[in-house]
Design a protein around this ligand. Sequence first.
Ligand code: IPM
Ligand code: MG
Length: 389
Amino acid sequence: MGMTVEQLEAAKARFGELLAEQDKRVEAMKAQGDFIDYKTLDKIIIGVCGGDGIGPAITGQAKRVLEFLLKDETAKGKVEFKVIDGLTIERRAALQKAIPDDTLAELKECHVILKGPTTTPRKGDPWPNVESANVAMRKELDLFANVRPVRIPEQGIDWTFYRENTEGAYAVGSKGVHVTDDLGVDFTVVTSQGTERIIRAAFEYAKANKKTRVTAVTKANIIKTTDGKFLDAFREIAKEYPDITADDWYIDIMTAKLIDETRRRDFQVVVLPNLYGDIITDEAAEFQGGVGTAGSANIGKRYAMFEAIHGSAPRMVAEGRAKYADPCSVIRAAAMLLSHIGYQAQADALYKALDICTVTEKKLVMTGHEDGATNEAFADYIMETIKGL
Ligand code: IPM
Ligand code: MG
């Protein structure tokens, strides 16, 4: 045997710790109440967390747009903004924490959060290999539903992805075990509670938005235990929604079918485990113009976070070009935030303005360089457009 008894025992002990953590999570999910009802709150606190790189620049512009749209609400004391600037890679690296404690406490004072991109350290970076701030925030605030819409009206594409956001390959993604120099193991986690709540959220969204089809994507033919459980739960819950067609695909053929122009427009709502959701939503966003055009909502029962899904572009900052970084993705995330907390008219106005400013009228063009517009000018353009609606 290549593995020593000590190595085996250490791996078993580690596995035991991971199981205990996950078991605790299950109990916490069981104890959880219902979704927060924003209408019952005296005041909604909106956190604005710039993140790294170009994040503070573009998120700052999205905040201006939000403040403009919520001017009356802020004056009435119904809405308050809270800027949270401690989530930088420098601080996370210095403190060796995915989210510094004081920053996490500030995030927890908010109801909803608008977040810029955060640098995810990877092997070979100058940064220590701490867990991704993104992933940590989703776990800490239990933001289990990652909702990513992709719309291309002229091609008949109107997809909404419901990606499970706290389990699967991500649950203990940074805590795998190097059993020996030759043997490494990672874990995929599934729970009944975690699976049911995301699948139900997808069906409820479909029902509320008059969608007629919900598709589950797994690899349950191979990953039999965890994906198998996800698929079983999907089939069970689907029975409660007889008016909605429920079908399932394996992730490999699903990635292919999204390219098939004769079939892809048939998909409507897609629900899937974490890693598959991560992969396929990048593919889907690419048809719409790239990940930079997409916004993403991370929704839990108590908190919700809205983010741009592109990176932090440190090179743009190093070259002094942060002010030319395109704020569209995070402004789109701001529109999702407005709609989530019940300001649908403001959200609709913002979506309309985004469409005018980036597709139909396009008076300003962002290139990321000096020859393009600044993000401040772009935010002004959005606000002017809204005034003219
Ligand atoms: C995303 C990103 C993140 C993920 C990274 C930045 C941790 O790719 O939001 O899809 O893997 O979930
Ligand atoms: Mg991704």
